[in-house]
Write a protein that binds this ligand. Sequence first.
Ligand code: GRF
Length: 210
Amino acid sequence: MRSDRRIRMGILGSGKGSNMESIVEGCSAGSIPAEPVIVLSDVADAPILERARSYGIRAEYIEPGEFRTKLSPEIEGTYVEALKNAQVDYVVLAGFMRVLKNVFISAFPQRIINIHPSLLPAFPGLAAWKQALDYGVKYTGCTVHFVDEGVDSGPILGQEVVPVMPDDTHETLHGRIQAAEHRLYPAVITALARKKVVVEGRRVRFSYDA
Ligand code: GRF
C-alpha cells in the first residue's frame, strides 16, 4: 500500500469498543493515516455503536442470524455488501465475537485484521488473559494478525509483550493487556497505511515502497 494514503477502514465489534476508540482517536489526531468510514456490530445494543456515533461515524447493527459463533453465508454477504458500499480498504475486527467464514474472507483477501489478547499461538479462543494467568506464564501480551478461517490463526502482523505480575487477577491482567492493545493496533494500522506489506507463507514483513 502506498505511503501517504489514508486507508479506509470498516470496524467490526460486539462489545465496548475501546480498541475502536483508540484507533479513531489516532485518526483524528493525525497519528494514524487512516479513516474509519463505518462501524458494524452483531449486537444491537453494543456500546461500540454508540461510541462510534459519538465521533460522527456511521454505525449499524446487522442482525447475525441463527448461529451463535458465526454468520450464515447469506448474512456474511450482507456484511460484505455494507463494507464494499462504504469502499473500505481494510476490515478491522475490534472485539467481534464471531468466526468469519469463506464468503467474508474471500471478499477481502489479506485485508481483514484482528487483535487478540495473548501472544499467539499461545492461548487462542475466549478469555485469553484468563487462560494465560491460570496457566502460569510470566509474560503474555497481544497480537494483531490477518484473519483466516481458523480461530486466531492467521499470519502475525505485530505483537506487544505484557508481563504477568505475582498479584495479578484476571481483571488487572486484562487491563494491562488492553492498554497494550491500544498502542499496538494503532501502530500496526499506521504501518499498513505507510508501508508495503509482504506476506511469505506465515511470515509478514513491512517494507517501504521503492
Ligand atoms: C479486546 O480485548 C480484543 O483483544 C478482543 O476483544 C476485546 C475487545 O475489547 N478481541 P474492546 O471492545 O475493544 O474494548
